[in-house]
Design a protein around this ligand. Structure first.
Ligand code: ZN
Length: 573
């Protein structure tokens, strides 16, 4: 058994002390590895940059030579036949998001995948974790407790999938669904309406357990970091999730509370889809290097689709509220011209490169938004061709029962076969055109909406400069973040990264929409700044519409078939 101990002495320095005791199992040379990435974010994290004072000792407390062989692997040579080696180091814990490790006077928050080392040849060995914190600290964690501040994991995979928050001020409530215990923890400045939180969480939990008919854990923990600033992030784990949300003072306001519910439902769904239902190439995870997969659109797309759909089925969202979210996804698809360059499968593969930043203009698409729209389309195709007998519910449950519960990863072909089994039609062209190809699918999306008695309404974007100039601006500034291909803005020389300083001599201060509309019929003289060089350009709008606004509404008169299909999709029939 490997024993880990985490402690701290000066929390304001943000350094935590870590000790690990490994059994040598007769080996004379041991490789000690720190993960290079964390599941949930498919890009390298290079956590070893936060490690200092790395030391190794044998049974007799003699220091051993630890030589780095890669950026995050140390080779330790034993001098005598020591049974155990002790590794100690400090980890700089000064990043606070849903996947990081953070320490200050108020909390010790650890994602073990960031900071715990392991011996790759013994990754399946059991682990014990000792969390050495003051007596008044409570510990929120998904691992099995085996003693005072002691927890046990079956192996390193389970250990690193078990983040924790230890704090004297953490709040929590619990609820039960089908004999399973759910914990909602909140750390930080939070004044939640607990009765409402518990009730709303319970409703979407019930719907998700009903869908899968099985929950892979006895307990589940929502570890919520409530932050004093605007924030939104969640990371899934085997028996828990970490969610970072803010600002504190808006937690009970509808927009932030909706985000909390959206991310919480999404992360719970991941317990099945990605923590259990896993692409074969990530089963098991290899923490030392990139685990490439083309299936990110299944892991994140289907989860994005169901995260919100479960909130519709549990009556948290009204139909109109849900349709607003679905419209946002098709808007993201339509506004991203990366769809002409990369398929959703190619975009899945490339998360390792730049999956979590906007990246080069029009290079890639979103596994979340495009994956969600494609999940909706596949769902409706199954409903339509099976005459509402089956849906994506059966497909995702099939992936869980046929693969996850049998301890197997799935391939794209497995997913395709399940779609075909329940739809009763061939999905070869679907994969060729829409998953691996760049064929436009908005018209197919519209057909699928129609099947449920819904319609897509297309209007000029609500922001005047998006609709008629063809640029998008950063929410809190003047910087151009996107340019519509072949728009007047692009033709006249505007590009991503330029700042719009003034229009016809008027400074632009979060009012570009108003000034653009004001001067719509006149010659427009813009002053822009690019890499500290100011320049002017002139243009006259041509009346052409570039970026569009999409909304989804119920049609006026639904026929009986549409009515029935809609009710079934909403889970009401
Ligand atoms: Zn996700």
């Amino acid at each position: 058994m490997t024993q880990y101990s985490i402690s701290f002495s000066n929390p304001h320095t943000h350094f935590i002390q870590i000790e690990a005791i490994f059994e040598t199992q007769g080996e004379q040379i041991l490789n000690i590895q720190l993960p290079a990435w964390r599941p949930g974010r498919y890009e390298l994290g290079n956590f070893a940059k936060n490690v200092r004072n790395f030391k190794c000792f044998d049974d007799t407390h003699q220091e051993l030579l630890a030589e780095k062989v890669t950026k995050d692997c140390w080779k330790v040579s034993l001098i005598n036949n020591s049974q155990k080696i002790r590794v100690s180091y400090e980890y700089y814990a000064n990043e606070l998001n849903a996947g990081s490790t953070y320490l200050d006077e108020l909390q010790l928050y650890v994602n073990p995948v960031n900071c715990l080392v392991y011996v790759p040849s013994n990754i399946q060995g059991s682990c014990e974790l000792n969390i050495d914190v003051p007596d008044d600290f409570m510990i929120a964690i998904g691992l099995k407790k085996v003693g005072h501040r002691k927890y046990q994991a079956a192996n390193f995979h389970e250990l690193v999938d078990s983040p924790f928050i230890a704090s004297p001020s953490i709040q929590h409530r619990t609820y039960e669904v089908e004999g399973k215990q759910f914990f909602v923890w909140m750390q930080g400045e939070a004044k939640p309406n607990w009765n409402k939180v518990v009730d709303d969480f319970k409703q979407f939990t019930i719907k998700q357990l009903q869908l899968f008919k099985h929950f892979p854990a006895e307990e589940y923990h929502f570890l919520i970091q409530v932050l004093p600033f605007s924030f939104y992030h969640g990371v899934e784990h085997l028996t828990s999730t970490v969610i970072a949300i803010g600002p504190s003072y808006d937690l009970n306001d509808k927009s932030v509370y909706d985000e909390l519910m959206g991310v919480s439902s999404h992360e719970l769904f991941h317990v099945w889809n990605i923590k259990s239902i896993r692409p074969a190439e990530m089963f098991p995870y290899d923490y030392t290097k990139e685990n490439y997969s083309h299936l990110g659109y299944v892991a994140e797309g289907i989860t994005t689709y169901y995260g919100d759909l479960m909130l519709l089925r549990s009556n948290y969202f009204s139909l109109d509220e849900y349709l607003e979210l679905l419209a946002e996804q098709i808007t993201k698809h339509e506004h991203n011209f990366g769809r002409f360059n990369y398929s959703v499968a190619e975009s899945s593969f490339d998360t390792w490169l730049d999956g979590y930043v906007p990246g080069v203009p029009n290079r890639k698409i979103s596994i979340y938004a495009d994956g969600c729209v494609l999940a909706f389309i596949a769902d409706v195709l199954i409903r339509k061709h099976s005459k509402n007998q089956f849906s994506m519910d059966e497909v995702i449950r099939g992936l869980y029962v046929d693969y996850a519960l049998k301890n197997k990863g799935y391939t794209e072909k497995d997913y395709q076969l399940l779609l075909e089994k329940y739809a009763g039609i061939d999905f070869t062209d679907f994969f060729k055109n829409y998953i691996h190809g760049k064929t436009a699918y908005t018209s197919l999306f519209v057909e699928c909406l129609q099947y449920l008695g819904l319609i897509l309404i297309e209007k000029p974007s609500l922001q005047f400069y998006e609709a008629y100039l063809g640029v998008k601006i950063a929410p809190n500034g003047n910087e151009i973040v996107a340019v519509y291909p072949d728009s007047i803005a692009e033709k006249i020389g505007m590009s991503v990264g330029d700042e719009i300083l003034s229009l016809n001599g008027k400074s632009i201060v979060k009012n570009l929409h108003k000034w653009c509309a004001f001067y719509a019929d006149e010659l427009m003289q813009f002053t822009l700044r690019r890499k500290q060089r100011n320049f002017r350009i002139e243009l006259q709008l041509d009346g052409q519409v570039y970026y569009k606004n999409y909304t989804i509404k119920m049609a006026d008169n639904l026929d009986a078939k549409q009515h029935e299909s809609l009710l079934m999709w909403k889970g009401e029939a």
